[in-house]
Design a protein around this ligand. Structure first.
Ligand code: TQI
Ligand code: ZN
Ligand code: ZN
Length: 170
């Protein structure tokens, strides 16, 4: 079953349109930006929420960045594997990814075979966006919010449990 954070924090009901922006210190390809766009889409498909990419990193609701090691929030990243990413509960909007992971962005299964410790970016993004919106971890093994991911695997489809959790909140 899904869980929520203590106090059930969520984005206010009158904030259906949320914006996101990428840290300008991380120049990202259109391919990488497309992965995040698709990950947000999976949650907007099942709620009244809309997510729009804007240029201003300082004005956006959700801020996304790739960082190595200590990056100033007291939760340093740890190199390959271990912690992959973290996102904070509403209304923080902070979504940080470990720049040292071997991120796979293509969704192409062959790329997993040739990359050591490959981590599928879209799978992690869908999970972290769940946290950004207020979902904790789930006990349902196939759910996006289950707290285990297998390297070299892709898990991007919301399960009924994820949908029930997000529809409870929004
Ligand atoms: N990062 C953890 C996570 O996102 C951070 C974390 C631990 C956390 N406990 C939490 C966040 C409680 C919110 C609430 O779960 S991680 C997975 C998964 C990670 C883990 O890098 O370990 C995914 C990132 F679920 F597979 F374990 C992405 Cl998909
Ligand atoms: Zn961080
Ligand atoms: Zn998690």
């Amino acid at each position: 079953h899904y869980t929520l954070f203590p106090g059930e924090p969520r984005w206010p009901r009158n904030r259906r349109d949320l914006t996101y922006a990428f840290d300008p210190r991380n120049p990202l390809t259109e391919e990488v930006k497309g992965v995040f766009s698709r990950a947000f889409q999976r949650w907007s498909d099942v709620t009244a929420l809309n997510f729009t990419l804007i240029d201003s990193f300082t004005r956006s609701d959700i801020t996304i960045g790739f960082y190595s090691g200590d990056h100033g929030d007291g939760e340093p990243f740890d190199g390959v594997l271990g912690t992959l990413a973290h996102a904070f509960s509403p209304p923080s909007g902070k979504f940080h990814l470990d720049a040292d992971e071997n991120w796979v962005v293509s969704g192409d299964l062959d790329s997993f075979l040739s990359v050591t410790a490959a981590v599928d970016l879209e799978s992690v993004a869908v999970h972290e966006i769940g946290h950004l919106l207020g979902l904790g971890h789930s006990s349902v093994e196939d759910s996006i919010m289950y707290p285990t991911i297998t390297t070299g695997k892709r898990k991007v489809d919301l399960t009924n449990d994820d949908v029930e959790g997000i529809q409870y909140l929004y």
